[in-house]
Write a protein that binds this ligand. Structure first.
Ligand code: DX5
Ligand code: ZN
Length: 218
């Protein structure tokens, strides 16, 4: 594994001052962008037009997390905007492998996400069709929720399979990640960490990123 990544979620940023908020996380690896449609999850954020402007403004590449129905319709658009990675939900995709291949062909890293209650067994045989797998550590939809440790066994089994197969897939966690929970996720095999409130809720987001990175690397 080529180190670890800290991806602050701009869901916890001030939407009206997005440009200055993005400037506060220049030490991050990626900016995590939560797209919600009020159908797949009971909350609504923004769509391709806003994400396109964020892409032009962000000092770091974008890690787009689509919490939407019908990702086949929308995911390629985010890849075309120039997002470094586009992650759709396994529960929402009709043909996950075909969609991942399409995203890769446009030039994005392809990611697949699972809710806390969704098994990952079906992913073991197709690990290399994806560049990253996101194990949600809260029910998707809102920032500021508590980390669910019961999701760690899924991460462990993905990490074991990836290791056994020499896979380069990144294992991502999202939800309730902060200084008190990141070590547990890292120990279970995560290498890519999304943190919203823990970063943007801090007076100094770039220092919060350094602190999280240090704890995860320990
Ligand atoms: C939740 C989103 C997360 C959220 C995480 O559905 O996918 O990315 O922003 O926020 P925190 O880190 O505050 O739990
Ligand atoms: Zn997210």
């Amino acid at each position: 594994v080529d180190g670890i990544r800290i991806n602050p979620s701009i869901l916890a940023a001030d939407f009206v001052n997005m440009e200055s908020e993005l400037a506060r996380i220049s030490g991050a690896d990626f900016a995590h962008v939560d797209v919600m449609d009020n159908h797949f999850v009971p909350n609504l954020t923004f769509g391709p037009q806003m994400v396109g402007r964020i892409q032009q403004t962000s000092p770091v590449p974008l890690d787009v997390h689509l919490m939407i129905d019908d990702p086949e319709r929308w995911a390629p658009e985010y890849a075309e905007i120039g997002a470094a990675s586009v992650t759709f939900h396994l529960e929402a995709a009709a043909e996950p492998v075909a969609l991942a291949r399409r995203l890769r062909s446009i030039g994005a890293r392809a990611g697949v996400a699972v809710k806390p209650g969704t098994p990952v067994d079906n992913l073991f045989d197709v690990l290399d069709e994806f560049d990253q797998i996101l194990v949600m550590t809260v029910e998707p939809g809102f920032g500021g929720q508590s980390f669910m440790p019961e999701t760690m066994p899924k991460l462990r089994s993905l990490a074991e399979h990836a290791k056994r197969r020499g896979s380069a897939v990144w294992l991502q966690v999202d939800g309730g990640i902060g200084e008190s929970t990141i070590a547990e996720a890292a120990e279970a095999g995560a290498d890519t960490f999304v943190a919203g409130s823990a970063v943007f809720g801090s007076d100094d987001p770039d220092t919060a990123i350094v602190n999280l990175r240090n704890i995860a690397t320990r």
